[in-house]
Design a protein. Structure first.
Length: 243
């Protein structure tokens, strides 16, 4: 029998940010929520000074010196793939929240920001893959215990409110940098056409820092580079972070 405390789970919403937070201590969940509040306030203040930051779909040129860290992270991650900085917002917020939990002593900290997930786990866990109406279902990544955060981010042209110009039911990217994974998932999803070969899409994210990726489109699935081991696991709708 394990001596580890049970995992706490809390759903939290703040305007457009809708997250599920997992931790062993309530104080660590509070730290994540405080981080989300603070980072959102920082972003909102920055956008008030330059609304173009929020709407551009192309790389953003930072003219202001001393911009907030989360702004700089979003700009850097999205520029790698030639897209706008808001493509990295969910991953950047999730990553900052997990960093705040770590400062509170967390060794198990997960923030799922609408399918863009930052994970620190000192025991094995599974992360389900949700691809909407695709018949490819009940699959999950098995994440071995680790001492550094990992990003697993998903974009979709058929599921959720995020902007995607592609046809992917799920475009999933794994990286040690969760903001980079978020931006890459958007770039990957944008490249998935209605009928074209899925394997060709991965060239859009073949950049340093990307560990692996997969795409699901209807009955088809393609995988690229190194991904966590996969297993069968029922992905119940109650486990999907959404408003």
């Amino acid at each position: 029998m394990s001596d580890m405390p049970e995992i706490l789970r809390e759903h939290f919403e703040l305007k457009e940010t809708i997250v599920t937070i997992f931790a062993r201590e309530a104080g660590q969940i509070d730290a994540a929520k405080n981080s989300i509040r603070e980072e959102r306030a920082v972003l909102e203040n920055f956008i008030r000074t330059d609304p173009f930051f929020q709407i551009t779909l192309e790389p953003y040129s930072l003219l202001e010196e001393g911009a907030p860290l989360i702004v700089r992270k979003m700009i850097a991650a999205s520029a790698v793939f030639g897209i706008g900085p808001m493509a990295a917002v969910a991953g950047a917020i999730a990553g900052s929240a997990v960093d705040a939990m770590i400062k509170e002593g967390a060794t198990y900290a997960v923030v799922d920001n609408g399918g863009d997930i930052c994970i620190l786990n000192d025991q094995p866990m599974t992360v389900g893959i949700y691809a909407g109406s695709s018949p490819i279902r009940d699959l999950a990544f098995l994440i071995d215990s680790r001492r550094k955060p990992l990003g697993i981010c998903t974009s979709s042209g058929t599921v959720g409110p995020s902007i995607s110009f592609g046809w992917a039911d799920a475009a999933v990217v794994v990286s040690q940098d969760v903001a980079l994974a978020d931006a890459a998932a958007t770039a990957l999803g944008n490249c998935v056409t209605a009928t074209g070969p899925l394997a060709e899409c991965f060239s859009a994210i073949d950049r340093p820092g990307i560990d692996g990726a997969m795409v699901i489109r209807g009955k088809q699935m393609a995988m690229w580079k190194e991904l966590p081991a996969m297993r069968r696991a029922h992905v119940g709708s109650d486990r999907i972070t959404r408003g």
